[in-house]
Write a protein that binds this ligand. Structure first.
Ligand code: 6SG
Length: 238
């Protein structure tokens, strides 16, 4: 749980989480949670796992499903990147907005329907991320051309979903940013590295990337050495 701390020079008590990500030296399944935390103005620690450390097997043995990322919040330890995104989304409500109908407006929607739609889009993000990871780690040289050909269809799903909410001018679901926006933003950005023209048929998604990437804290994060120097994937392919 977050600890109550007195910020330097201020009398007001605030919640300072003690977040720590344990992961390979890669953006991989962690860059979306990093973007979320950066945008919400919270700090976190990074424990980078080298190939040698992973081979020793201790981390794998302790992991709930034998894999990382591991995410710690004080004494709490979590695994599974999407569950971690959901945890952060529930922890970081948008306090500038009022509680509506007993449901706090935050990074997980403003009511149960929005939360469900956010889960639905996030499952779609995870499906495409899984295909991307299989390409990167299992079939890069032989599979890249076919993968890129299929991208117009894959990304078209997100273009239409975006269009269905506020005519594509805002976020994926509802009126406020939610955790799926960070996850999709990361997914789209890594696809632009793989195939720079992949969004040529998706004007709304192209504008969405620009809009989200220019949020001041996201922009600062994207310009940071920590982000820029971090390889997209753990095997050097991108
Ligand atoms: C791989 O896929 O980077 N975790 C991965 N691999 C190690 O022994 N459903 C969950 C989630 O959403 C999936 C977790 C995930 O959280 S991430 C993992 O733990 C294992 O299974 C992709 C990534 N891989 C880095 C990597 C693996 C092999 C080559 C590069 C680092 C260097 C060498 C070994 C580890 Fe390496």
């Amino acid at each position: 749980m977050p600890k109550l701390r007195r910020p330097a020079g201020g009398p007001v008590l605030c919640l300072m989480p003690e977040y720590c990500i344990t992961y390979f030296n890669a953006r991989g399944r962690c860059e979306a949670m990093r973007m979320l935390m950066a945008d919400q103005g919270v700090e976190w620690k990074e424990e980078i796992v080298t190939h040698d450390t992973w081979q020793k097997g201790d981390l794998k043995r302790d992991a709930a499903f034998g894999q990382i990322p591991k995410f710690q919040d004080g004494n709490l330890t979590l695994y599974q990147s999407n569950a971690i995104l959901g945890y952060l989304a529930r922890n970081h409500e948008n306090y500038t907005l009022l509680v509506k109908n007993g449901w706090t407006v935050g990074l997980y929607g403003k009511n149960p329907l929005e939360a469900t739609l956010i889960d639905m889009v996030n499952d779609g993000v995870d499906d495409l991320r899984g295909k991307y990871q299989r390409l990167i780690y299992q079939n890069y040289e032989n599979g890249k051309d076919d993968y890129i050909k299929a991208l117009a269809t894959e990304l078209g799903h997100f273009e239409r979903l975006l269009a269905s909410n506020k005519e594509g001018q805002g976020f994926m679901v509802g009126d406020e940013i939610s955790f799926v926006d960070y996850n999709l933003l990361d997914l789209l950005r890594i696809h632009l590295v793989l195939a720079p023209d992949c969004l040529s048929g998706c004007p709304l998604l192209s504008a969405y990337i620009k809009r989200l990437s220019s949020r001041p804290k996201i922009e600062a994060f994207l310009c940071s050495a920590a982000h820029k120097n971090r390889p997209i994937n753990g095997n050097g392919k991108q």
